[in-house]
Design a protein around this ligand. Structure first.
Ligand code: ADP
Ligand code: MG
Length: 236
């Protein structure tokens, strides 16, 4: 029985939509405690990779492994149970449920049933005030992003997959997001951030992978990868 959390691996992932190859052999490791970013222009396959890891898309070829276990054929809900949590690029909270009840759903669907998890998640993401009792419908984007993160966190994930978590946030909210994500990584969570905001990536990521046309073409620490490749231009 492992004493450290498992690494999520992608091996030679290929994905297709009809005849179109959206992933063309992607390898990726998400080790515990590391913030990994995937960047690249629109349409290069970032969300497709994300879906293959989360279990919402079956790859045409290749494998997804959690520790030594092959999870390629496990559906999304089963991966959630194993500790792979996600947020959505298009926000996906339950509009009629309160903030607290949205977070409770995450705790119930997660890896361990921990009665304290909901309160901890609400506190960590600054949702423990009066907002906790409000229906999610109509809350500002920044708040809804925090609801999604709190919901994912409440399930005690070992791997947290975030598709454009900074979309729609103002700079103060982005700074607060970065602080929380760093704290989660320091706590041993493996984080994947698919992100358009390269300033956030430069500030946050330990390792950056640059994608074009379904492949990873460069990998390394942000100061190397983002500067030498001119990924700033490529992504703008
Ligand atoms: P990114 O997240 O990097 O913007 P995506 O992974 O969403 O890119 O998309 C990669 C490519 O696959 C794009 O060319 C996109 O048009 C195409 N694609 C994405 N989803 C579908 C789909 N459901 N059906 C057909 N083509 C798709
Ligand atoms: Mg995308």
């Amino acid at each position: 029985r492992p004493t450290t959390p498992p690494t999520l691996h992608a091996r030679a992932l290929h994905a297709r939509y009809g005849g179109f190859t959206a992933l063309d052999g992607v390898d990726l490791d998400l080790p515990p405690g590391q913030i990994t970013a995937v960047v690249g222009p629109n349409g290069v396959g970032k969300s497709t990779l994300f879906h293959c890891l989360a279990g919402t898309l079956r790859p045409a070829r290749g494998r997804v492994l959690l520790g030594g276990r092959d999870i390629t054929r496990l559906p999304a809900h089963a991966r959630t149970r194993l500790g792979i949590a996600r947020t959505f690029q298009q926000l996906a909270v339950f509009p009629s449920l309160t903030v607290a009840d949205n977070v409770r759903v995450g705790a119930e669907q997660g890896r361990v049933a921990d009665p304290g998890a909901v309160e901890r998640a609400l506190r960590l993401f600054g949702l423990d005030g009066p907002v906790r009792a409000l229906p999610a419908a109509g809350l500002p984007t920044g708040t809804l992003r925090r609801v999604e993160l709190a919901r994912a966190f409440a399930g005690a994930p070992r791997v947290l997959l975030l598709d454009e978590p900074a979309a729609g946030l103002d700079s103060a909210e982005v700074a607060a997001l970065a602080r929380v994500l760093r704290a989660l990584a320091a706590d041993g969570t493996a984080l994947l951030v698919v992100e358009h905001d390269l300033d956030l990536v430069a500030d946050l990521a330990d390792v950056v992978h640059v994608m074009t046309a379904g492949r990873i073409i460069a990998s390394g620490p942000p100061r190397d990868v983002l500067d030498t490749l001119g990924a700033r231009e490529a992504t703008s």
